[in-house]
Design a protein around this ligand. Structure first.
Ligand SMILES: [Zn+2]
Length: 190
């Protein structure tokens, strides 16, 4: 993946957080989908969908109706959130995952990158002075595994002081201003 491709995915996640006016964590991914006119549906393990799609998939019908399906038999809301965000990534990035081409793996990586960026924006975590992967898991409603990976990335960004080189990031943080203030206040009380 080139630096340009990486930046495009990051910018898209920021853009969607701004456009759908998300102002607190955990990000309500169902609401984000609704605002983007993306329907979210579920299926169970006994449905034939489950044979091909363990977690979920997405389709665009008639070039306009966007639908995300997730497997509700997976009784893990953290995983479901991630699956929905991942599928939203495929839709927003214009992926055609039905084509069995060799780009499939690259598209999966991109959708995962999009999902974690929309569910755990680093600039907001920086402002709330995040302390641990555990705190990240709680505040972003993410699985332990996803949180551990994201926390490593967060630590690296902190060490490199890699924030606000792009004005879009500051704008996004302003959107979260009230949430950040409230959260910090609560944290100090503990
Ligand atoms: Zn995928």
């Amino acid at each position: 993946m080139t630096k340009e491709e990486y930046k495009n995915i990051r910018d898209l996640a920021w853009y969607i957080l701004r456009e759908t006016k998300v102002n607190k964590l955990p990000v309500n991914i169902i609401e984000v989908c609704a605002k983007l006119d993306v329907k979210v549906r579920s299926y169970d393990n006994d449905h034939h969908f489950a044979k091909n799609y363990k977690n979920g998939f997405s389709i665009i019908l008639n070039n306009s109706d966007k639908i995300i399906f997730y497997n509700k038999a997976i009784k893990n809301k953290y995983r479901n959130r991630f699956t929905i965000a991942h599928e939203l990534g495929h839709i927003m990035l214009g992926h055609n995952t039905n084509e069995n081409n060799k780009e499939y793996k690259a598209m999966e990586t991109e959708a995962n990158m999009f999902a974690i960026r929309i569910l755990a924006p680093l600039c907001v975590l920086h402002e709330i002075k995040l302390d641990s992967a555990k705190e990240l898991a709680e505040i972003c409603a993410l699985s332990k595994q996803a949180s551990n990976i994201r926390f490593k990335k967060f630590e690296k960004a902190e060490i490199e002081n890699n924030f606000y080189s792009d004005p879009k990031e500051a704008k996004l943080v302003m959107q979260f201003e009230n949430f950040i203030k409230k959260y910090i206040k609560q944290k100090l009380k503990k």
